[in-house]
Design a protein around this ligand. Structure first.
Ligand code: ADP
Ligand code: MG
Length: 369
């Protein structure tokens, strides 16, 4: 038999003062999975976490944890734990007593709960800190204690809402690796909210992309990035060049007409037919800037522009160009194979912006803010 989902949402909606915070959500999280929820501020991420955690009752729909409908159960009756940004450790208890707190409340014997807490402390590499007090530890260490304390309850799912939001970059990177390692080793189920896309892409098995209280797309990071479900997702994750165009011919490689020239796109969204307006999206790393070479025949996906700037950002070179009509393009290339060293492009140079048809995706041209 297939084990039940760790978390299952069906038709979950929640309004505040008549305004929909989340709307008709469906979600299944597999046991052992790391799911990250990303979306703009106010899109409903925290509301989902509060609904799953039992701090909020949905107006409609059901919440199941490990196969049991918990929609009407309060937080303390659910097999769910939440790790907040503030660690909320008990200052008067030692580290091991903090971790053993949940098992103690459930009536575990002292020997059992201490053994369990010690094992978890070793798992988060704090085996030596068991008898210390929280205030004696660094922020990152306290965060690991909070993680161990939450895991000591053997939750069916651990909810983490921006848990690293307060940490500086370096500590954050370190904690990302720690969290992922512990989650993998324990095969724990994590639902993780972050506004940091790099964090989400780097850590998660799957991403759920939210907008205005709905999931726009749920899938593996590479699928979300390479095959976004619509133009909004394409532009929300990473960055992208965009060209407004009109569909000319569909099938195989679609062709479109734009003010900048003919476009070929390897993907055309369902429902687009000749004559429809579309938005063609292509990632900067699939966009190339070259010298304007009169010997080169004009063709699809070759647009005339002028170089605006070329900036080295760590290992990448970011080039920007703009067409006569004011459409901006960006190209990102690794510096180790970048571009004519003997005769480099300089700002002001005319350039040909080109991109692969297979990397170009044509979407319904929804009005995008
Ligand atoms: P996110 O975590 O993605 O930033 P939230 O889930 O916190 O988004 O909020 C979603 C929407 O619900 C927002 O419009 C927010 O203003 C509203 N909202 C959230 N919590 C409350 C609340 N307790 N009372 C009123 N409105 C709320
Ligand atoms: Mg939030």
């Amino acid at each position: 038999m297939v084990p039940p989902s760790a978390v299952s949402l069906r038709h979950v909606s929640k309004s505040y003062d008549g305004r929909r915070a989340v709307c008709d959500l469906a979600l299944d999280v597999t046991p052992g999975e790391f799911l990250a929820i990303v979306g703009p501020s106010g899109s409903g991420k925290t509301t989902i976490m509060r609904v799953i955690g039992g701090f909020e009752t949905p107006d409609t729909g059901t919440v199941s944890i490990a196969g049991t409908d918990v929609t009407l159960l309060p937080a303390e009756k659910r097999n769910v734990n939440t790790v907040f940004q503030g660690y909320a450790l008990f200052p008067h208890l030692s580290v091991i007593e903090n971790v053993a707190y949940g098992p103690r409340m459930r009536g575990c014997s002292r020997a059992v709960r201490r053994a369990k807490a010690q094992a978890l402390l070793e798992r988060v590499r704090l085996g030596d800190a068991a008898e210390r007090r929280p205030h004696e530890l660094s922020g990152g260490m306290q965060q690991r204690v909070a993680l161990a304390r939450a895991l000591a309850n053997d939750p069916a799912v651990l909810l983490l809402d921006e848990p690293l939001g307060a940490l500086d970059r370096k500590l954050r990177d370190e904690m990302q690796r720690e969290l992922r390692r512990v989650q993998t080793e324990l095969a724990a189920t994590f639902i993780y909210v972050t506004h940091d896309q790099d964090e989400a892409f780097g850590m998660a098995d799957r991403l759920a992309v939210m907008r205005d209280g709905r999931f726009e797309q749920i899938g593996a990071p590479a699928v979300i990035y390479d095959q976004p479900a619509n133009a909004w997702v394409a532009l929300f994750v990473g960055s992208a060049n965009k060209i407004r165009a009109r569909v000319d011919r569909v099938g195989g490689i679609a062709t479109l007409r734009s003010d900048l020239g003919p476009i070929e796109a390897g993907y055309l969204a369902d429902g687009l037919v000749p004559g429809d307006s579309a938005l063609v999206v292509v990632r900067p790393e699939a966009t190339y800037f070259g010298k304007d070479d009169p010997a080169q025949p004009a063709g699809a996906n070759r647009l005339a522009a002028r170089l605006v700037d070329a900036v080295a950002i760590g290992p990448s070179l970011r080039l920007r160009a703009v067409t006569a009509g004011g459409v901006a393009f960006e190209s990102i290339a690794p510096r180790n194979r970048e571009f004519p060293v003997t005769d480099p492009l300089v700002p002001g140079d005319p350039v040909v912006v080109s991109f692969d048809a297979v990397a170009s995706r044509a979407y319904h041209d929804e009005t995008l803010s």
